[in-house]
Design a protein around this ligand. Structure first.
Ligand code: OXD
Ligand code: MN
Length: 600
């Protein structure tokens, strides 16, 4: 590399890590196309990546991971703050020095036989006041290629760092040293599960990840930096780092309004971010589909920025019906992981919208698929550049971010929670965010099917500090502005079912009808009535989609009093986890809800 790195702390860190991990060689990354191609070619040479048919998927590759390394491993994810109280009841805590000692033992010699890449990257558009610089050391060419798509990797970042600029050190190894002459030879490298650690040191703003090469465990820019570490920085500096999509809605009159929305995993967040509204004349464009960094502008409004540059989306279930814009985004230049390979060199997965084609299909484990079981892993992914999305908003890289009119919270709730409800004010909105949850389906987690897994603000796996302090931060941040400038907050639920188990709402493009009411509410229009749970649209206020009867809509907008009373009890249990850190304001909101339900 022609650039001379003058940053002493960075150079010393890279030298220390090299001494510890003992790679064969060190490569400083510059973010160039040639470097991306070299990383991919390294995987192809090692039989870790398969080029797809260029007539079907130009510039695209398929990678298969080890069956033990297919998702974020929350059990192996740690917040190593000085005290357990700082990490709070929802995070795994580890004593930082003890964890470092254990991990240093694992890192010792772990890059033998491999290349150590030094990947400088920026999160956030150039010129953004929130942009953060990270440097990831990794021994995975898969990580290098994915980081090229997901973050702004460039040698310019090193120049910007100068001699002593701030950066977040992100150390990663797959944890599979190679003996002399040994090759990966088609074996996805990773360490046994019990040796994996995804460790965050919030006070030091440092990340160490060992043993996994997959997704959020290994692309440290994403969940580790842009959420867990950034949430701590945001708390300290008075902004918000959130697990939220950002979209714009343009009305038939040409008015553009921006919204941010938090949903737990598997609630159609990416689909909503790329929505094609069924309502004629309405348009949705995407600014971000996973993470939003949000801060107040000089005008007192909240502005949101997408720190990333690509999508790491779940493939199964993505189809021309559920998300036509995602399907167009991934037509080319995409890395697919753990999907099935068709005989003609294309990809396939369950829920792609058409039957698996005839001929030999290789499943995600690399075996010929016998057409029983799933051909793609349920958490199979595509990594694609955001700029390829046909509905990317032209302003998605605006360094100032976009002004947010509405914040939406949603979950997968077959009962009780109505289609949409507006918070009475900011604190009531924070209350709605704090009780987000999804109904547990069979075989998810250790919980009983039918119970609600609470995932406050959809941040349960991503908040880098005590969740009670996080609630406090959301309440306090409002003081930076005035009530008239703050976004309106809404709770939505696309997943209501009848008692007989029939969907009450068609979802997908029809969700645009709910966004329309939200826009109208933000603009001081749209009919709403006061109810014990918040402001609700009247049946006439929502444009009714074809196939939804007036009675269905009335049910979607009704208040299930008994359901809500049970909900209050469940919220009490959820809140009990936070002990003395639960803000008084949220306790008051819950008491208020209970009283309204009793008297109304
Ligand atoms: C993701 C997640 O992968 O939220 O984005 O799990
Ligand atoms: Mn996510």
């Amino acid at each position: 590399m022609s650039l001379v790195v003058k940053h002493k702390r960075l150079l010393a860190w890279v030298e220390d890590v090299a001494r510890l991990t003992q790679p064969d060689r060190i490569v400083w990354c510059d973010g160039s196309r040639a470097e991306y191609e070299r990383a991919i070619q390294t995987m192809v040479d090692e039989k870790l990546a398969v080029p797809l048919n260029p007539d079907k998927r130009p510039g695209s590759y398929l990678v298969r991971s080890d069956p033990s390394d297919v998702a974020r491993t929350e059990k192996r994810t740690f917040i190593a703050s000085q005290t357990p109280e700082e990490a709070g009841p929802t995070n795994n805590w580890a004593e930082p020095e003890a964890l470092k000692k254990t991990m240093r033992g694992l890192f010792r010699g772990c890059m033998r036989g491999r290349t150590m890449y030094v990947v400088p990257f920026r999160m956030g558009p150039a010129g953004s006041s929130l942009a953060l610089i990270g440097v990831q050391i990794t021994d995975s060419p898969y990580v290098v290629a994915n980081m090229h798509l997901m973050a702004r990797v460039s040698s310019g970042v090193l120049e910007a760092l100068g001699e002593d600029g701030e950066f977040i050190p992100c150390l990663h190894s797959v944890g599979k040293p190679l003996a002399p002459g040994e090759k990966d030879n088609g074996q996805w490298p990773c360490a046994p599960l019990e040796q994996r650690y995804i460790a965050h040191f919030p006070e030091e703003r440092t990340i160490w990840s060992y043993g996994s090469g997959y997704g959020g465990n290994a692309l440290l820019s994403k969940k580790c930096l842009a959420l867990r570490i950034a949430s701590v920085i945001a708390r300290d500096e008075g902004w918000l780092a959130e697990h939220m999509l950002i979209l714009s809605v343009t009305t038939p009159q040409g008015a553009k309004r921006y919204m941010a929305a938090a949903f737990p995993s598997a609630c159609g967040k990416t689909n909503l971010a790329m929505l094609t509204p069924a309502l004629p004349g309405w348009k949705v464009e995407l600014v971000g589909e996973d993470i939003a960094w949000v801060r107040f502008g000089a005008d007192g409004r909240l502005y949101a920025t997408n720190p990333e540059t690509g999508f790491f989306g779940v493939a199964p279930g993505t189809s021309a019906k559920s998300n036509p814009n995602a399907m167009k985004t991934i037509e080319k230049n995409t890395i697919f992981t753990n999907v099935a390979l068709t005989e003609d060199g294309d990809v396939w997965w369950e829920g792609i919208g058409y039957e698996a084609p005839a001929g030999r299909i290789i499943d995600w484990k690399g075996k010929e698929w016998d057409r029983t079981g799933t051909a793609a892993h349920p958490n199979a992914r595509f990594t694609a550049p955001a700029r390829q999305c046909p509905v990317i908003a032209p302003e998605w890289e605006d360094p100032d971010g976009v002004p947010i009119s509405a914040i939406l919270f949603g979950g997968r709730r077959p009962s009780t929670i109505p289609l949409v409800c507006q918070a009475r004010d900011w604190n009531h909105g924070v209350f709605l965010g704090s009780i987000v949850g999804s109904e547990v389906t069979a075989a998810t987690l250790d919980q009983k099917a039918g119970t609600v897994r609470r995932d406050p603000f959809a941040m349960l796996p991503f908040c880098g500090y005590h969740m009670g302090d996080y609630f406090r931060h959301w309440i306090d941040i409002a003081a930076q502005s005035s009530a008239d400038k703050l976004p309106k907050i809404f709770m939505v639920n696309w997943f209501r079912k009848t008692k007989e188990g029939k969907w009450l709402w068609p979802g997908y493009g029809e969700n645009g009808r709910v966004l329309k009411w939200i826009v109208e509410r933000c603009d001081g229009q749209g009919k709403a009535v006061e109810t014990p749970i918040g402001l609700m649209p009247t049946v006439e206020a929502i444009d009714r989609p074809p196939g939804v009867s007036e009675a269905d809509l009335a049910e979607l907008l009704s208040i299930d009093r008994e359901g809500w009373k049970a909900e209050v009890e469940s919220i009490k249990e959820h809140y009990a986890r936070f002990g003395a850190k639960l803000p008084q304001e949220l306790k008051a909101q819950l008491a208020d809800l209970e009283a309204r339900l009793a008297t109304a």
